[in-house]
Design a binder for this molecule. Structure first.
Ligand SMILES: NC(=O)c1ccc[n+]([C@@H]2O[C@H](COP(=O)([O-])OP(=O)(O)OC[C@H]3O[C@@H](n4cnc5c(N)ncnc54)[C@H](O)[C@@H]3O)[C@@H](O)[C@H]2O)c1
Length: 357
């Protein structure tokens, strides 16, 4: 029996992974306790996605277990042992701003929770491939020291800078910068994942995401900016842009393209790897550009306000250089650019909104 075990299975990346891997494995085991609702309130609950997955994926079974609960995790891993061929770890406290509200909970979910899963995998299925959703926030605010120039709608690097053409690679230091507590707890997890590869020889990899997005996101003000932006446009809700004149640039990768990266890695895994995994030059936008595209696709004006204070730890310019991954896995390709992504989110949210109304 081949099993893929997916944490955060009702969330954006976890849910996409359940669907993607359901046809490739005999059984998919999900772990998700709807902590997103506890973190961000009812509108962020991922129960709707869980329900959808249970209704449509016959070989999917899930547990409402907290990844901090070691004894419950142990029972699940012990029951399936070496049948577990793949662990995709996506469960997390994912917000900068939230982390400072409850630093213990943030660290216990992101760092200790990841450590629990690594130990379970080492004890019960050490041959399994272990994929971890890390983040570009492990680089802290180091990217903010890049020499940026202000253009009409975005901050940009000058064309002669070494990062201009392809973006920021994995050699940027993760040390000696301000990360936010979230960035620090994710950096701790990232290092542990690398260490279980390098020290114990396990097939572990960190995918350091830029903005991960798609219609399955339960977007809320503190997390999932594109999904939340489109939601505001559809529902006529006010949106606030924080700092940097709204010209901060982020790259966006569709959940499908990221999970397809996981599949390529699974088929030819390496030990203790780290990959930047974002939309790169292929798919990126500033806040102002995202608003304009969103208004065009929604066919109406978005009500937004501007607050001069930026979010602590926010990047002014982030474009991922994904060439390391592409060199290791040359047949992987992006399939969704910015316009495709926003159009798909718009369609998905409109359908969900109409179904609720
Ligand atoms: N979305 C982004 O823009 C982005 C960017 C970079 C990195 N990441 C990382 O990618 C991963 C997936 O992000 P996402 O956007 O799919 O998040 P998400 O919030 O949509 O999904 C995470 C899921 O994990 C569950 N969860 C949280 N804490 C849990 C716990 N203690 N026990 C069990 N389940 C728990 C939540 O209920 C939720 O359904 C996270 O590790 C996040 O830090 C996300």
């Amino acid at each position: 029996m081949n099993i893929a075990l997916i944490t955060g299975s009702s969330g954006l990346i976890g849910g996409e992974a359940v669907t993607f891997f359901a046809t490739k494995f005999d059984m998919i085991i999900g772990i998700d306790n709807d902590m997103r609702r506890w973190l961000f309130g009812d509108e962020a609950s991922t129960q709707w996605n869980r329900k959808r997955l249970l209704e449509t994926i016959p070989n999917f079974k899930d547990y409402a277990v907290d990844i901090r609960d070691r004894s419950s995790l142990e029972k699940i891993f012990d029951e399936h042992r070496a049948d577990i061929k793949l662990v995709v770890h996506t469960a997390a406290q994912p917000s900068h701003d939230w982390a400072a509200n409850d630093p213990f909970a943030d660290f216990e979910i992101n760092a200790n929770g990841t450590h629990n899963l690594l130990e379970m995998a080492r004890k019960f299925c050490p041959e399994a491939v272990f994929i971890h959703c890390s983040t570009n926030k492990v680089y802290g605010d180091t990217p903010n020291s890049l020499p940026l120039v202000e253009l009409g709608t975005r901050w940009e690097l000058s064309p002669d800078h070494r990062y201009f053409e392809h973006g920021i690679d994995e050699l940027m230091t993760i040390d000696q910068s301000k990360h936010s507590l979230f960035g620090a707890s994710k950096a701790a997890a990232d290092l542990l994942v690398q260490e279980y590869g390098r020290y114990f020889g396990m097939k572990t990899a960190c995918f350091r995401g830029g903005c991960l997005t798609g219609p399955l996101h339960s977007g809320t003000e503190l997390h999932g900016f594109l999904s939340y932006l489109v939601k505001c446009a559809i529902m006529g809700k006010a949106y606030t842009i924080y700092g940097y004149k709204g010209k901060q640039v982020r790259d966006n990768i569709h959940a499908y393209d990221l999970v397809n990266m996981f599949w390529h890695y699974y088929q030819a895994p390496r030990v203790g790897e780290v990959y930047n995994a974002g939309g790169g030059r292929f798919s990126n936008c500033s806040m102002l550009e995202a608003v304009a595209l969103c208004e065009e696709i929604a066919g109406k004006k978005l009500q937004y306000t501007y607050s001069v204070k930026n979010r602590a730890g926010d990047h002014i310019w982030w474009i991922s250089d994904t060439r390391k991954f592409m060199q290791h896995y040359p047949t992987w390709r992006y399939t969704y650019d910015m316009r495709d992504i926003i159009q798909e989110i718009f369609r998905g949210l409109t359908m969900r909104h109409e179904a609720i109304a």
